[in-house]
Design a protein around this ligand. Sequence first.
Ligand code: GLU
Length: 539
Amino acid sequence: MTTPMVKTRFAPSPTGYLHVGGARTALFNYLFARRAGGQFVLRIEDTDQVRSTAESAAGILADMQWLGLNWDEGPAPGAAKNQYFQSMRLELYNQFIDELVRQGRAYEAYETPAELAAMRQQAEREKRPFRYRRDMPGRAQSRIGSGPAVLRFEMPRKDIVISDLVLGQVIVGADEHDDIIIRKSDGFPTYHFAVVIDDHDMGITHVLRAQEHLMNTPKHLALYDAFNWTPPEHGHLPLVFNMDGTKMSKREKARTARAAVQAATPKGQKPDLETLAANTGVAPDALAAFMAKKNDDAQIAVTVAAFMRTPLPEIDVQDFRRSGYLADALLNFVALVGWSPGGNQEILARPEMIDKFLVEGIGKTNGRFDRKKLLWMNGQYVRDQSLEALLAALESFLQVTDYPLARADGPTRLALLEMYRERTGTLAEMAENSRFFFEEPTIDPRAFEKFVINNDGAQLLQTSRKILEPVTPWNVQTLREPVEQILALGEKRGAAAQPIRVAVSGGSVTPPVLEMLALLGRETTLRRIDQTLANVKAT
Ligand code: GLU
């Protein structure tokens, strides 16, 4: 017998954006398949009709593409839903549901959610676990007076052993099983049922997924058993936590936005929500509910934080993209949250990750998401990438953000990348710091005071202007000598660079003066110097 080709899958539910933890699950499945020369499947699990949206599915596909986690089988972005959306596979599920009914392994159940909740509470009061079983006393036997029927699968009354690729053997005792719902009252299969049918039908050999699914696995194994199918191998991945041990959840955005509003409110007073609503355009009622923690609406959080000029913590893949992280750096970083290639190597290009990806390297304990390390790693990638790759990354970044740098042509972008790559952690940092090339800077009063008003700054600026004035044409070659002269002015080499920096950029930290002035152009440089000298006179 030949061993089947390795086939893994990533199976997100389209109920929101792609979380960075989900991206790691996708990456591990991708790496596992690629290392084995196998196939990687993307499947959209949209059986929850209420929570699934087309936008979310499209967003997940876009994020997967941005990450370069190319799938061999799956949805075609931009095209109509295909067979890799579970909502398109109802016929298949129903066939197998019918089979279980014929076997007598599935049965109708009639309790409403409220009735189930009451039964659970009753069990709690009696200090016994609540398990829904076909033979339990008090189970509704007919539809009369009850809700519409769901279909339940009768779980076997025996221990189930999971041989987990990561965690080893996990045994779930016979009396811990519930008879799971396999078809909901709306006619759709549940996740538990569809996932088994699909993993089997698509020939999946290995399933790597988050540890929160561990206790679902016995349910799935029982279904495989009922159909006489060989289950795929399962491996459950450690969770991803913040450094402080809290969960990396979307709620953090709401929390951060609320805290910013509170921090801007004078002590002892209540935040002025009316003004905030007017300024942000958020409906007053919605804003009040949000501030009262009645919901954690991500859109409101983003709007409020933008108005408060407070950065939100990145949680979803698209947040990291908008913050100017490179896809490769993000993947390299998340790979190491819960996986180790052995040794101390931290920077691994994709082929190397593929080469070294062994399930034995996956940890059993929760991973920590160290944002400082991510920032450091991104800086490494920014420095080490080829300029072409970096330019492509910048373009993709500018598509989803709104910086004046987006107006720059190709050569200008390249020049800026060359200037900033040594001194930038993220593309957003570069886009922010390079604003003065495209719009008039606001002068930082402290820098103006220190470098222009004091330390002979105005005098140095005046002299520098005289040296620059006659330069034409204006480029790196023609400016080299004059800039050398300027740097030699004053008592300490480079003293004259500071007032120029303040004049042209508004602050004292910029790329090297020569390249900066060359790109800014003669007219802008001289005009900003004149403006600054005029400001000196006015003080
Ligand atoms: N749709 C499930 C989720 O997003 C997939 C779980 C699995 O991998 O089986 O959590």
